[in-house]
Design a protein around this ligand. Structure first.
Ligand SMILES: Cc1cc2nc3c(=O)[nH]c(=O)nc-3n(C[C@H](O)[C@H](O)[C@H](O)COP(=O)(O)OP(=O)(O)OC[C@H]3O[C@@H](n4cnc5c(N)ncnc54)[C@H](O)[C@@H]3O)c2cc1C
Length: 404
């Protein structure tokens, strides 16, 4: 740990007047770290499409990636409520770093925590939760995104080994991932029960990584195609039971969606705060634009949106904390919070006028990212359909359609 990191950490812990556990200290640390260490860099690394690796490594050393992963597995063992507050705090400044904070507890780590063998947990989850390595989750395919069970990536048995062929598309963390949690079908006619989850180390022969460039949003995270060209894996690469991949994916997406929702809340809050500050200082027709009711109305909508999304996310967090599943709730929270973030960013852009288009303000970045947030981890249209079907009794709340 550098002297600078020590200073931040020491001051945050010392400033805690009534020490109330790791949870609250990590929130103070996050607020200060985001303001001092992330905020000055984010516009540049968004443009350059590359988060500085040393920034992530420093965050790893400070414990930011430990999340809800239990301490005995290398994590921080946070409660879910503190976990979503941590993601919100970081995401106000950079929601992509919010992704890194959530991944070890979400899409990438949750499946290994729940289904991994002790060896898999020691090899992949522990260093992941401690920020020593990064991982990726490969669910989406070029021809099947929302329809996960429609995957065409297949595997064949060769003795004890498994040989995978196919491709995954739009996979994040392509540049930094040491391993990929991914899925393949033994026999597509078996549908969900034919799917198996695998952990593929990055250096496995036959694994091709092809990043996409110049994305509209989510620019700092490296996203691209993963080609599986007769990738041969031993039995130690199987995550969970052979044929049990569907359940592995479903467990992981639930926690993943909670993280997306918390990022949406952080973005909505940032849009609200920036819009208030700008409206107070900008003058038009000889008056502060804050005096115009139509500007006040937008600020009202942003405030109500951020507050209600936060309450829904907190309810999800409390449900998961109680040990219950939160299938419908996490769907609702992901959809609602990302919709609020997108509307808030659009309203913020309107209030900023031309200034919002300039790189001097972050609302433009929020606007691009919030649109993408409505698509990832299950398109909001798919969540909307799923929630409606549950309410109409056309689908049980215990059954979920797999959406990546
Ligand atoms: C920046 C970025 C990062 C990503 N990172 C990852 C990652 O790390 N891992 C990963 O696996 N995936 C990742 N994805 C992929 C993402 O999860 C998918 O894009 C998403 O699940 C939607 O799939 P699709 O794009 O194939 O849309 P499609 O499935 O082609 O759907 C297109 C649209 O059709 C409509 N639609 C489809 N089905 C229905 C339905 N049943 N009901 C109603 N409407 C429907 C919706 O409007 C939907 O948006 C990432 C995507 C992006 C953009």
């Amino acid at each position: 740990m550098s002297a600078d990191e020590q200073t931040i950490e020491t001051r945050v812990l010392a400033a805690d007047p009534a020490p109330d556990g790791t949870g609250k200290a990590i929130l103070r640390l996050a607020a200060e770290f985001a303001e001092r260490e992330i905020a000055p860099l984010v516009a540049d690394y968004d443009r350059e499409e590359q988060i500085p690796r040393d920034l992530l490594e420093r965050m790893g050393r400070l414990g930011f990636f430990g999340g809800v992963v239990p301490e005995e597995l290398g994590g921080m063992g946070l409660d879910y409520v503190t976990f979503v507050q941590l993601i919100e705090e970081i995401s106000k400044t950079c929601q992509i770093i919010g992704t890194f904070v959530s991944m070890p507890s979400g899409l990438v780590g949750a499946s290994i925590e729940t289904y991994g063998t002790p060896e898999q947990q020691a090899r992949w989850l522990r260093p992941l939760a401690q920020g020593e390595i990064f991982g990726a989750a490969g669910v989406t395919e070029p021809r099947s995104g929302s329809d996960v069970a429609g995957m065409t990536t297949t595997y064949k048995r060769h003795g004890d080994d498994f040989v995978l062929s196919g491709a995954k598309a739009w996979i994040s963390n392509l540049d930094v991932a040491s391993f990929f949690v991914t899925f393949a079908s033994m026999d597509r006619s078996l549908g969900r029960s034919g799917i198996t989850a695998f952990i593929i180390p990055r250096d496995t022969p036959g694994l091709g990584l092809h990043p996409y460039k110049d994305k509209l949003g989510f620019r700092p995270i490296c996203t691209g195609e993963v080609v599986l060209d007769d990738v041969r894996l031993g039995p130690d690469a199987v995550l969970g039971e052979e044929g049990g991949g569907w359940d592995v994916a479903m467990t992981a997406v639930e926690r993943g969606r909670l993280g997306v929702a918390a990022r949406g809340v952080g973005m909505a809050q940032a849009c609200l705060e920036d819009t208030i500050a700008y409206a107070r200082e900008r003058v038009a027709f000889g008056r502060s634009i804050a005096e115009f009711q139509i500007v006040q109305s937008k600020i009202c909508d942003m405030s109500v949106g951020a507050t209600t999304a936060r309450l829904l996310v907190a309810e999800c967090a409390r449900t998961l904390e109680s040990g219950a599943r939160a299938r419908q709730l996490t769907s609702m929270a992901k959809m609602y919070a990302s919709d609020v973030a997108q509307r808030s960013a659009a309203d913020a852009m309107q209030v900023f006028g031309a200034a919002g288009v300039s790189p001097d303000h972050r609302v433009g970045r929020m606007y691009r990212d919030a649109k993408v947030l409505q698509i990832v981890e299950g398109s909001n249209d798919v969540h909307r359909a799923l929630i409606g079907e549950i309410e109409l009794g056309l689908r049980s709340s215990g059954e979920r359609r797999a959406v990546a």
